[in-house]
Design a binder for this molecule. Structure first.
Ligand SMILES: [Zn+2]
Length: 219
């Protein structure tokens, strides 16, 4: 695998940055793709760009602003408040089929740049109700992409079965714990690193971080 090329779906957040380092360790050549769909914060794209630039990674940014025509939700429309899904409901950040679209575009791009491997940080463990983050969906899409382009892509999901604490552990094992902690953006309020501390994304990130640091201090 070390001679192969990989394309990482990259948002500049904790998960996809950890996946990027995971890919750098495994593949000879790595490029990243970020989807611009009118995120609440332009900063998210800037953050991804900065990281890619610093690591000397070729960065593709695809305009996916058409998603705004398809969905009214908190991540793409500033005026709508972010709410947590309750009782198994989907959270208000849900864009139906978003990963289907993103990964399909990633597949087309991968075929054009000659990348056999596609890496994505989707995770079933805390998948927040997004059906297209589930392992069964990714496996299904992998078959579909291969059939549609007569390719043999391999979609990698290093975070699929691990929780937030274990994602921090993975970053630590890859020797990039501090980098991921200080340089990535998870916060819905657009604050880099440890974020605002209050929004659902920050709370999830903080809980995982505390859990990991606690486990590490005892080992
Ligand atoms: Zn926050």
């Amino acid at each position: 695998m070390k001679q192969d090329k990989a394309l990482v779906v990259f948002s500049g957040g904790q998960d996809s940055t950890t996946c990027l380092f995971w890919a750098i360790e495994r593949f000879a050549e790595v490029e990243v793709v970020t989807f611009d769909y009118g995120q609440r914060h332009r900063l998210e794209i800037d953050c991804a760009q900065e990281i890619a630039k610093e690591l000397g990674i070729h960065h593709h940014i695809l305009d996916m602003s058409l998603l705004n025509q398809l969905a009214s939700n908190a991540l793409t429309r500033e005026e709508i408040q972010i709410e947590e899904g309750e009782n198994g409901e989907l959270p208000s950040t849900f864009v139906p089929g978003r990963n289907l679209l993103f990964l399909s575009f990633a597949g087309v791009l991968a075929s054009q740049i000659g990348a056999k491997h596609i890496v994505t940080g989707v995770c079933e463990t805390d998948f927040s109700g997004y059906p297209d983050c589930r392992d069964i969906f990714i496996k299904s899409l992998n078959v579909t992409l291969n059939l549609s382009m007569d390719h043999s892509f391999v979609i990698h999901t290093p975070l699929m079965w691990i929780n937030k604490a274990q994602t921090w552990e993975l970053a630590d094992q890859l020797g990039v714990f501090e980098f991921v902690r200080e340089r990535t953006l998870t916060c819905y309020n657009g604050i880099i690193a440890d974020g605002c501390g209050d929004c659902p994304a920050c709370q999830l990130r903080k809980r995982g971080l505390e859990e990991y640091l606690h486990a590490k201090s005892k080992s």
